[in-house]
Design a binder for this molecule. Structure first.
Ligand SMILES: Cc1cc2nc3c(=O)[nH]c(=O)nc-3n(C[C@H](O)[C@H](O)[C@H](O)COP(=O)(O)OP(=O)(O)OC[C@H]3O[C@@H](n4cnc5c(N)ncnc54)[C@H](O)[C@@H]3O)c2cc1C
Length: 346
């Protein structure tokens, strides 16, 4: 029997962040993941923006989350010798006059996040349409989540901390915390949308949303600004960009399809003032929760879950993984608001 402190099942944003968080606390892990291509974390655009949606809402602890996430990803860059954290101003165009008016009411409370980039406005308007104007947000950008999870995966493989396989739940005993010939003190489930196959978790808490995005090449140099309207356009190099995303609650499979492509191209054509070609088209299923809050904490003694990162995965993951690490190392309480017990287990 091999003894490890913690087994992490699933190595997307949740599992990888759990791995680094525990490693920093001196806890040795065994990670298990089959390394499939179209997981949410490998497809995601990785954008972070504190001001969300048409109603301009922010999380009450947004400052703590954003400062913590930046510190975290910068630290990981040093560990994996890759650049994954990209800070970039973000432009939010108003959709109509009512949206504009709503913003004037909300703006005084959001001063911390907005920035006068008037010198950038001209550059932006040369490339993007903005009939009703808009505003710039700072402390925004994107994390290359694909590179993050792939590099973490490679790091674990080199350190012999990885089994490349789909876990067979019949071989997992959560009473004795054993899997095949591995014995652990803790087990953490991080399977994203695939948690529905986990026979130890009876609660149905996910309301999955398929997401599709396009990668494109522009004929001219793009400003280093994220455009975040009905669709978002993130420049990843001087003339390459990611455009997303669809939110599909009714879907047949997790493959890229014509519906997603046509929708994104139609919206793209409404706002861009540059020629482009499409170089790639991706799709995956987001693990979004019915009440839109993540699911974090114990499901039994020393058995944990980190799931439901939804559309804000890159900012939430470091904060939430740390809650589990603190619970394992210092028995700190994890807020009940994230508990799986809020869902019926029948
Ligand atoms: C199109 C799209 C755009 C997005 N854009 C953004 C964005 O801009 N910003 C943002 O913050 N978030 C974004 N997201 C959401 C983000 O991707 C998710 O919140 C996050 O990646 C979820 O991470 P996860 O680790 O929970 O799940 P996943 O990424 O799905 O990872 C789960 C892992 O578990 C493994 N696994 C599953 N079953 C088993 C098993 N039985 N045994 C072992 N391993 C298993 C899988 O192989 C996978 O690696 C986007 C998502 C999509 C689809």
């Amino acid at each position: 029997m091999h003894h490890v402190d913690t087994i992490i099942i699933g190595m997307g944003l949740a599992g990888c962040t759990m791995y680094w968080s525990l490693k920093q606390a001196g806890i040795k892990c065994l990670c298990i993941d089959p390394n499939i291509a179209n997981t949410s974390s490998k497809v995601a655009a990785g954008m972070f923006n504190p001001i969300v949606g048409k109603r301009f809402t922010t999380a009450p602890n947004a400052s703590e989350l954003f400062v913590g996430a930046k510190k975290y990803y910068k630290g990981i860059e040093a560990m994996i010798s890759e650049k994954i954290y990209f800070e970039m101003p973000l432009y939010m165009p108003f959709q109509n006059i009512a949206h504009q008016n709503d913003w004037s009411l909300k703006m005084p409370k959001l001063k911390e996040w907005i920035h006068d980039y008037s010198e950038l406005e001209k550059t932006l308007l040369a490339k993007y349409d903005s009939e009703f104007g808009g505003f710039f947000v700072n402390k925004t950008g994107y994390v290359d989540s694909n590179l993050y999870v792939k590099s973490t995966f490679d790091y674990c493989r080199k350190n012999n901390e990885l089994l490349i396989e789909n876990i067979d739940y019949n071989k997992l005993n959560i009473e004795t915390k054993t899997y095949n010939n591995y014995q652990a003190k803790n087990i953490i489930f991080c399977e994203g949308a695939a948690v529905v196959n986990n026979s130890f978790i009876k609660q149905k808490f996910l309301n999955l949303a398929k997401g599709q995005l396009l990668c494109g090449k522009s004929s001219s140099v793009l400003p280093k600004i994220i455009y975040n309207g009905k669709i978002y356009i993130i420049p990843t190099t001087e003339n390459e960009f990611i455009c997303g995303a669809t939110y599909e609650w009714d879907y047949i499979n997790n493959e890229p399809d014509e519906f997603g492509k046509n929708y994104l191209i139609e919206e793209l054509n409404k706002v861009v003032r540059f020629e482009y070609t499409i170089s790639d088209h991706k799709a995956a299923i987001r693990p979004t929760v019915i009440d839109r809050k993540p699911v974090v904490g114990n499901i039994a003694d020393n058995i944990y879950i980190l799931n439901g990162l939804g559309t804000k995965g890159v900012v939430l993951a470091p904060y939430l993984a740390n809650l589990i690490t603190e619970n394992i190392t210092n028995s700190s309480e994890i807020s009940k608001e994230f508990s799986i017990d809020r869902f019926n287990n029948k």
